[in-house]
Design a protein around this ligand. Structure first.
Ligand code: AGP
Length: 608
């Protein structure tokens, strides 16, 4: 969501800040800004709405110089999109950028107004700046003490980086609610909300833990934990290759990420499948003990991750015979919950920072689940840090706002997990061997489907001027219809809805006429005959039908059948989403939309 980059160095830092903040553009934003403290100890701040390129132009015109600085991309939550609301915010000597929401900001604002502070923006961030300044002036304490003392007064999430013009040799970073990662350099140190911003300069990283406060000088850093004690945090060397972050030969990140799926899945399988066996030793013995006791599974997630969870419900119930419930995270957190006996809690998330999912995890911890596990793509993320167990999807950094490779890798990891739990609970089952063998063929199967791109381009031409498109699926294909519809909405802004095929006659059939295309995924399984009946119902009402199937659909109806190579029923959901991702991509492309940064959306939604 919001992006933060800051640096304290021995050289002019302006260009670094501009380049790095640009690398965070993918997270979604509406305005940006930068501040440095120059040699005369003056704060120079430049902000603007729109793209980071606009900010760069403005900064370059001013030729500013400073060895310490902070930059920010904003995704509006408190107050409209305007230059005044863009970060950094200033209160006299205090300069601050912030990611999160201060829930009691109105109360604090009126308190500070009574103390004589004049607000220049509508943001909750300016409230923090004035609060820190007020505390500092009142108590005469050091900025770090002031921050530690003010934490109790701030309700909400406030990952932030602060500079003090009276003491311009250090940055102070606070992790609360969303990640901050320190980059270690030679006589210079950095901090950012995402390692992508730092990788061109250093691979030596330290992820702050929730509640940490770091004092960052150019030559040293000191970290206090949430209780105020000095802590050493582990330094890691990032294994993300800076080169792989580019678009390569592709026009958009989404296209690149769709085509990367075979290799992402290979990474997800690597070291985990060995000779017919699924190896999840990374989870440890304690997880094994808990898995043996599981009688129910509750999965919570949002968006695309929610759709992956819905597919896995079919697997948990049909293979492991474990009842499984799946719920959208924001709903899970909005009601009184009754927890089943011996229930295990799972979250799914690409980013590991989705506020709704994090809130659900925090609630679940008070409810007596056997334990919790997150399946996540981001190692240092809040969900990974706060969960009892985690499995990384290893999809590689996903930059397109529309999730693609994170979905198929989530499904891959989920299927391995289902097989593992099934084998633990049903000793004689051959499911582990069966799934291990099928999954090793998965990357090749996806490569085959990706070769169908020309047929899909042709269909995208037929569909790109439609206003409404219906997606249908049965059983484990229903979540695939939902995911296909979500992709299309995000990328093309065409209204798309997904229905379980059998539900059509209970209402949506009224929509069908010659203007509404209906897209159906129908692999060979026990449900195919029923789906054929639905096809007839649509055809009788003049609907335009597109069917993705590995079977000849022996019907007289007027429809387009797109042949998908045969796959085993169990992995069909992972395969059938691929053409729908391509379809959304090509339609968005034809419509000239901003594929990687659809309007109003952010890659990671860190507000509830
Ligand atoms: C998918 O294309 C979307 N960008 C969105 O629905 C996303 O899946 C959702 O916000 C959840 O994100 P997460 O997986 O990072 O938790």
């Amino acid at each position: 969501m919001c992006g933060i980059v800051a640096a304290v160095t021995e050289r002019n830092i302006t260009d670094f800040l501009l380049e790095s903040i640009k690398r965070l553009e993918y997270r979604g934003y509406d305005s940006s800004g930068l501040a440095i403290i120059n040699q005369k100890k003056n704060i120079i701040r430049i902000r603007c709405i729109g793209k980071v390129n606009e900010l760069s132009k403005k900064v370059k015109q001013k030729k500013i110089f400073g060895k310490i600085g902070i930059a920010h991309t904003r995704w509006a939550t408190h107050g409209k999109v305007s230059e005044e609301n863009a970060h950094p915010h200033i209160s006299s000597n205090i300069v601050i950028v912030h990611n999160g929401i201060i829930e009691n900001s109105l109360k604090l604002r009126s308190f500070l107004e009574k103390k004589g502070y004049i607000f220049h923006s509508d943001t909750d961030t300016e409230v923090i700046a004035h609060l820190l300044h007020w505390e500092q002036t009142k108590t005469g304490k050091s900025l770090i003490e002031v921050i530690q003392n003010s934490k109790n007064r701030l309700h909400g999430s406030y990952s932030m980086v602060i500079m003090d013009a009276y003491n311009s040799s250090k940055l102070i970073a606070v992790r609360s609610g969303s990640p901050l990662v320190i980059g270690l350099g030679q006589k210079e140190n950095f901090i950012a909300s995402d390692q992508i911003a730092l990788l061109n300069i250093t691979k030596r990283l330290i992820y702050l833990k929730e509640g940490d406060i770091a004092i960052i000088h150019s030559k040293n850093i000191k970290i206090f934990n949430k209780h105020g004690f000095i802590k050493k945090r582990k330094e890691i060397i990032s294994n993300v290759k800076y080169k792989t972050i580019g678009k390569g030969k592709y026009k958009y990140y989404m296209e690149k990420e769709i085509y990367e799926q075979p290799s992402s899945i290979r990474h997800a399988l690597h070291h985990r499948i060995k000779k017919d066996k699924i190896n999840f030793s990374e989870l440890g013995y304690r997880a094994k003990k808990i898995f043996l006791n599981i009688e129910h599974i509750q999965i919570v997630a949002c968006g695309t991750s929610y759709h992956a969870a819905m597919v896995s419900k079919h697997w948990f119930e049909s293979l492991a015979s474990i009842p499984c419930d799946v719920e959208v995270a924001s709903e899970f957190s909005s009601r009184k919950l009754a927890v089943r006996k011996k229930s295990f809690f799972i979250t799914l998330s690409q980013s590991g920072e989705t506020a709704d999912t994090l809130e659900a995890l925090r609630i679940s911890k008070k409810l007596g689940y056997l334990g919790n596990l997150t399946i996540c793509n981001m190692k240092g993320s809040s969900l990974v840090q706060e969960s009892d167990f985690y499995l990384l999807t290893k999809a590689g950094i996903e930059i397109g706002v529309a999730s693609t490779k994170s979905f198929t890798t989530q499904l891959t990891v989920l299927l391995m997990l289902v097989a593992k739990i099934t084998k633990l609970k049903q000793k004689k089952s051959n499911i582990e061997k069966k799934i291990a063998n099928i999954l090793t063929t998965l990357p090749f199967r996806i490569e085959e489907i990706l070769k169908k791109n020309n047929i899909i381009k042709t269909i995208s031409h037929q569909l790109c001027n439609k206003n409404n498109i219906l997606f249908l699926g049965r059983g484990d294909q229903y979540p695939i219809a939902m995911e296909g519809a979500l992709k299309l909405k995000e990328i093309s802004y065409i209204h798309a809805e997904a229905y379980p095929s059998g539900e059509l006659k209970h209402g949506p059939l009224a929509l069908i006429d010659k203007n509404i295309p209906v897209i159906i995924t129908a692999p060979k399984n026990s449900l195919l005959e029923k789906t054929k009946k639905n096809i007839k119902e649509i055809s009788a009402r003049g609907g335009i039908i597109y069917v993705f199937s590995d079977q000849e659909i022996d019907l007289e109806e007027n429809m387009t059948v797109i042949k998908i190579p045969y796959v085993e029923e169990i992995i069909a959901p992972i395969l059938y989403i691929i053409p729908l991702q391509l379809l959304a991509y090509y339609i968005g492309l034809r419509k000239g939309k901003n594929i990687d940064q659809p309007r109003n959306l952010a890659k990671s939604v860190t507000v509830e």
